[in-house]
Design a protein around this ligand. Sequence first.
Ligand code: NAD
Ligand code: GLY
Length: 374
Amino acid sequence: MTAGEKEIRKLTVELGDRSYPILIGSGLLHASGALFKERNIPVKSPVLLVTDAAVEHLYAGIVETSLREAGYTVARATVPSGEQSKSLEVFDELITKALQAGLDRKSTVVALGGGVVGDLAGFVAASYMRGVKFVQMPTTILAHDSSVGGKVAVNHRLAKNIIGAFHQPEFVLYDLDTLASLPKREVRAGYAEVVKHGLIWDKAFVDWCDANADRLLALEPDALGYALYEGCRVKSIVVSRDERENDLRAILNLGHTIGHALEAVANYSELLHGEAIAIGMVGSARLAARFGYDPGIEAETERLMRKFGLPVRIPAGYDTDAIMEAMMHDKKFSEGHMVFVVPTAIGSVEIRKDVPAAWVREIVETLKGEAGRS
Ligand code: NAD
Ligand code: GLY
């Protein structure tokens, strides 16, 4: 399949009769109307396009024009950019907007933006009239992860993603052209989750990312398309095998126990999600050494994160007690134990449900103590 002359990479998230495609390529926003029709997105019920303030003026018009030309009625809802929009207040505003726009049970909510818009709009789609259709149109590198797999959520001030649902999209339409406008810091943050997919599953992909870091940071189309395809491929395999995170899917949380706590402690306003996960992955690698695995895993994880311009230490001023408290509220805190994804080598991980809180505290302290040397 092509949009114009350009190649489109395609993957499928295999979930029986809820299976859906991920299309990755150039020019897809312009083709969205035709692609919606191909996927049987109902044309007679209004569509709600959710986006954020930065993405709106760049891309919303393109999507709306294409959808309207294909016969869709589209209402637009724009939220402020950034993690703080993943809140119950903004969720409530979007439900109001959906009602005002006359969305019915056959309507579709479209997320055009990064992971924030995807998680938020997805939660609206999961909740409105007990669930309507949902389309993901990711516009960040990081959202190769968030747009696949159906986890949708908003944050609580005490804990990230704690109010949410599983609600799979009808399909994922990933137009690589949108990534050219990403701020450099967002580009770097996105690669934390790309490398994560290698670290949990595929050493060869980690090696490829390492060798191609400069091309990836420069957004060279071939390298970018391949990296996002591989990241989505790993994610879809894992989700296909364990949609509801009964066991395997938890490996996708490498770096997230510490990372989510850092985000919550900073009130979702300082570290970008990918940056917090980068620091968290270094912390998990340090934990691996405590469990007797090769200490070289930490050095290698840290080197890779630095290569992508990502932070590897907890910034000064973060309170250890507050970080520990936030981890206790995390979904990965279970039956009185701290649960961590721990690397056992580059490219493989295990889930540890027996992590002593004292080890975690020590790791948080040492990751802070070395902040001056990061
Ligand atoms: P984001 O959505 O906040 O986007 C980052 C910034 O880039 C925002 O300021 C946005 O306005 C801007 N932006 C987006 N696209 C742009 C473009 N093409 N050009 C210019 N600017 C653009 O953040 P993110 O990093 O994409 O996503 C982070 C979120 O994803 C977190 O809330 C995280 O919890 C969530 N997440 C969810 C899952 C999941 O499985 N549901 C997985 C990973 C991450
Ligand atoms: N980001 C973790 C998951 O999708 O399960």
